[in-house]
Each structure stands twice: as C-alpha cells, then as structure tokens.
Design a protein around this ligand. Structure first.
Ligand code: NAG
Length: 367
C-alpha cells in the first residue's frame, strides 16, 4: 500500500517535471536525456517549419542536388549527443529539444554594426563583438572549423556565442542565416551547457528571428541531432551552402546534413549573400555597474594563443561555381571593445585563414 503511494507520488512528480515544458505537437516518442533535456521525436511532416505560411505545401528535400565539397559520400555518420544514450528517434521523425515555453527563444539578436557598439532598446544590454568579415561580394555559403569552449556567463540575461553570419541587406532589410555554439542559460532553463544553435531573420530582427526551431522556417531532415542540444566535441565543422537548383540553404554539421532553410522564407537571401562574418558575441548587462565578467570564446585573449585562446580555422567561402575557395588574405579583425574582448587574424598553411578571438570581459583594463 505504502509502496503504491510512493510510486504514485513519484509518478506525479515526474509528470510535473516533464509537463513543466509543453510537449511538442505531433510527438511520437519522448526521450529524457541524462543532461536534463527532454527530446521529443516529432513527425518530420509536422515539424515546426510547416507552420510557416509559405511552407504549407513544401515537399521535404531528402538530399542536396550537389555538394561544394564534391560529395558528402552519403555516409550515415553519427553525431554524438548525450540524449542518444537514452534512446533514438525513429525514421520519419526529428528530435526536437523541448523548450520551457518557446517564448524565450524569440529573444532578439542584433545585427553587427562594424563601427559602433549596438545597444538593445533596453540600454542595459550591450552587445559586444570580436569578428572578421569578407569584403562585400556575392557568396553562396561558407565553411569553418570552430573551437568549442564553455564560457562563463555572468548575468541572467547574458549570452556568449561563437558563430558564422551569412548576410544580405542592411537595417530593416537585413537577412541573415546564423549558426554556431552558445551558452545562453536564459533560453535553456538555466543550463550553462554549450549548445549548437541556428538563427535566421529576414527583416533585421524586427518581426522575425529566433533560435533553433523556435520560428517556423528551418526544415530539419536529420533524425539524430537535436538543434539546441549540448555539444561535447572540442571542435565542430560547419558548412552552409546555397543549393542553386533546389533554392535552399543547406546546413551540414561535422559532415552530417541537418536540414535547410528554403529561400522562400527570405527576401534578399533568396539569391546570394553579400557578406559573410565569423566571430564571437556577448551581451554585457553591466552587473553592479561594472563590465560583465562573461567570457567570450575560452575567456582568454587572442594573444594567449594555441591551447588557450579560442579560434576559427580554415575559413572558406562558396563561390557562384559552387566551389569552396579561400577568403582574401587581408581579412581584418574588428573588436567593438578591445580591452574586454579582442581578435587576431592570420593565415598559415595548416589552418588557412584563421583567427584567435575572445577575452575575459571584466579585467583591470575593462572595469
Ligand atoms: C555551470 O553551472 C554549474 C552549476 O550551476 C556550475 O557549477 C559551473 O561552474 C558552471 N560552469 C560555467 C562554466 O559557468
């Protein structure tokens, strides 16, 4: 009798925990991950992308029509994520990390202003950057190897991220595709794990723009990798390219295709990008009136070098012939608050175009 009551209480307790966040619609199966995440395996034809009015009649693309690396040899590689220890999502479903309520993932990002520090409407939230970028041109994608850390994030509204930006337009016409890793406790129920994220906007973050699958638009095709799930590798390889036959921007992560953004959701990124950027960004909420101690990258300045400083290496671009090419060698580094976070750009034979970037935030020179 008592045992039954205990069991019943446990059942209630587990249900309260699981139902704290709303289950995704069309969930076929749910998996409770050891790291605290709940993964819903959602019917691929009922994934969030299909909530987008322009994607109602969209037919899912199974594979790209070509690949800028020649081929991705069609191997069904596995991308390790902790939740996979507790189960897998069946064919015909995609793993979606259950969010607290979806609302937080609407948190606006900010475009990079190359010559000034951008500020949120809430003046307290200051975005700071250390990044490099291409000259203005016509680009069909980018590939990069990105070093992964777990930066300390101080304020509850702050984040630290490292990402690539594929950009067209400016101001209210700004279109972006953004992919990288971040620590952003506010949108992951307080978790400070380093996670893969994606993001897009087609109006300069005005009415569009949110993380992962939070806004309808990205069509996921992979049933092994949850976007927004924790990353355990120390380096990740990202490749985003425009398939000019299919009119979609494909995303490949560590050699595995995750899905795509149909160009119908964009205005200016329907054709090509005019700019590609790579680097780090943090939010400084000025806790206690001081600069935040939130780390960018590893939390070390670029001059700390190998093993200490965070880097991007083998930066490449996809040109209009769908070929991977090196960017120009004179990419400059831009840091919006050098005493707090900085960047050093270089070229060598192993790492091609690369840069070290980051910093500790608050320090004697950055009070
Ligand atoms: C992450 O959070 C845990 C638990 O609160 C804490 O012990 C740890 O120091 C944090 N790590 C970082 C890098 O902030």
């Amino acid at each position: 009798m008592e045992f039954k009551i205990v069991l019943f209480c446990m059942f209630l307790f587990i249900n309260i925990i699981l139902s704290h966040a709303a289950m995704n619609k069309f969930t076929v199966k749910s998996i409770k991950s050891q790291d605290g995440d709940v993964i819903d395996c959602v019917d691929i034809y009922h994934q969030p992308a299909f909530d987008h009015p322009l994607l109602k009649d969209h037919t899912i693309k199974v594979a790209p029509s070509y690949h800028p690396e020649g081929s991705n040899n069609g191997k069904k590689q596995k991308v390790p994520q902790i939740w996979q220890l507790s189960g897998e999502c069946p064919e015909g479903t995609i793993p979606i990390r259950r969010t607290e309520n979806g609302a937080a993932s609407m948190t606006k990002k900010k475009p990079i202003f190359s010559s000034s520090i951008s500020t949120d409407a809430d003046v307290q939230l200051r975005h700071e950057y250390a990044y490099t970028q291409t000259p203005t041109g016509k680009y069909f994608g980018t590939k990069a190897i990105i070093n992964v850390w777990q930066p300390y994030v101080e304020g509850s509204r702050e984040f630290s991220l490292s990402q690539l930006w594929i950009v067209a337009g400016w101001g209210s016409t700004l279109n972006t595709i953004e992919v990288g890793w971040h620590v952003f406790p506010q949108i992951y129920g307080g978790s400070n794990s380093t996670r893969l994220f994606i993001y897009w906007t087609n109006d300069g973050y005005r009415t569009t723009g949110c993380y992962n699958l939070g806004c309808a638009g990205f069509v996921q095709t992979n049933n092994q990798m949850a976007i927004g799930g924790a990353i355990s590798q120390s380096e990740i390889t990202l490749l985003v390219w425009k398939d000019q036959k299919q009119n979609v921007w494909w995303l490949q992560y560590n050699g595995v295709i995750l899905g795509y953004w149909p160009t119908t959701i964009f205005t200016l990124l329907k054709d090509s990008a005019s700019l590609v950027q790579w680097g780090g960004e943090i939010i400084n909420s000025s806790p206690n009136g001081m600069h935040t101690g939130t780390d960018m990258g590893s939390g070390s300045f670029p001059q700390a070098g190998p093993g200490k400083a965070s880097y991007f290496r083998n930066l490449q671009l996809v040109n209009d012939a769908n070929t991977l090419i090196s960017p120009p060698n004179n990419l400059g580094g831009i840091a919006t608050n050098k005493a707090c976070y900085n960047i050093n750009v270089g070229v060598n034979s192993n790492w091609g175009n690369f840069f070290y970037y980051g910093g500790p935030g608050k320090n004697p020179n950055c009070p």
